[in-house]
Design a protein around this ligand. Structure first.
Ligand code: 5MM
Length: 339
């Protein structure tokens, strides 16, 4: 393992005022997002959309890296022979790759899932590195509900995340470690705090056990926030304060950066929360974004599957990336949405 190289990549992924574009929707998820807009779903339309995203002019002003899906890393930019990862690297965006094989039902634990994908991972990583990937992503999913999550679910997912992270570093890539506590449900922000705390604690114990080099990872957590159906909404200031309190207590200072997922928040909410998080005083890690929906929503709607709309869609992506980039330094205010 070349620790220095991993550290340099990890730091570049969370460079000041920049974050990560999560564009690694699996085919099923992408189908749902396209269907919502009434966009035709095919190999070519997925390629056109992903090409639109990565060729957005000056995207690297605010985006340090982008996470690709297996299909996308093998595709060429629409209308050219240039492989998508090659185009990204040439335009200052570090290519990353989703390597998990999805969350599957956890045996003996109804309502819970465990992420799979360790079998054959070493070989897949070697191939992805050859294709230009410099970081990887694995998402674990924790559900809050009656009597959930169980310790078995948290432990199984944390162990898999640590095994993945060790393999990824061995292959010379930076692992994004993503333990997502879902926003689905009626749980309060207090319940979310407890579950996030136990999850992070267990994940870092497992990372330690597997010998993962913490200076060479990026953590991608969810924010500490009330469930979508919870009648008691937490104020944005409370979300920011509780998220930072939880991270301070459970994430080692050696980790170079924390890049949040948006998890179903609106674009404006996810942007505001990140800015308030960055206003919480001096913290040991860079605090930035690795948003999927909160970065892409406006661009996907603007594109609507039409070639003529590409410039408008790219302008929407660039604008949102700029707002979230400002939030990554604590310099966003809701009034900026109107401009
Ligand atoms: C939680 O999802 C990740 C971040 O996206 P949001 O900011 O929208 O929450 C995202 O990277 C996700 O893992 C990918 O979209 C892949 O999802 P699927 O479910 O298709 O594996």
């Amino acid at each position: 393992m070349n620790k220095q190289q991993l550290e340099t990549t990890a730091q570049a992924m969370v460079a000041k005022g920049k974050g990560i574009l999560a564009m690694d929707e699996s085919t099923g998820t992408c189908a749902k997002r396209f269907a919502k807009q009434g966009i035709e779903f095919s190999f070519e339309s997925r390629r056109a959309y992903r090409s639109l995203l990565v060729t957005t002019p000056k995207l690297s002003d605010h985006i340090a890296g982008a996470i690709l899906f297996d299909e996308t890393i093998r595709q060429q930019v629409t209308g050219s022979d240039t492989p998508i990862p090659e185009y990204m690297a040439a335009h200052g965006i570090i290519p990353g790759i989703k390597v998990d094989m999805g969350a599957k039902p956890l045996a003996g634990h109804p309502g819970e899932v465990v992420t799979e994908g360790l079998d054959g991972l070493r070989e897949r990583l070697a191939e992805y590195r050859e294709m230009g990937a410099r970081f990887a992503k694995w998402r674990a999913v924790i559900t809050i509900g009656d009597e959930l999550p169980t310790p078995a679910c948290i432990q199984a997912n944390a162990h898999a995340l640590a095994r993945y992270a060790a393999l990824v570093q061995d292959a010379g890539l930076v692992p994004i470690v993503e333990p997502e506590v879902l926003m689905d449900g009626r749980h309060t922000i207090e319940q979310c705090y407890v579950v996030t705390a136990v999850t992070l604690h267990t994940v870092f114990a497992e990372l330690f056990q597997q010998g993962v080099h913490l200076e060479g990872i990026v953590l991608k957590p969810s924010m500490v926030i009330a469930g979508k159906e919870c009648p008691q909404r937490a104020a944005p200031e409370q979300v920011a304060a509780e998220t930072v309190r939880c991270l301070r207590n459970h994430v080692p200072a050696a980790v170079p950066g924390i890049a949040f997922l948006s998890g179903g928040q609106t674009d404006a909410e996810a942007t505001r929360h990140l800015s308030l998080i960055n206003q919480q005083g001096h913290l040991p890690w860079a605090l930035t974004f690795s948003y999927g929906r909160a970065l892409q929503q406006e661009a996907l709607a603007a594109w609507d599957g039409r070639e003529a709309n590409i410039p408008t869609a790219q302008a929407a992506l660039y604008r949102r990336a700029g707002l979230v980039g400002a939030a990554a330094t604590g310099n966003y205010s809701p009034e900026m949405e109107e401009r």
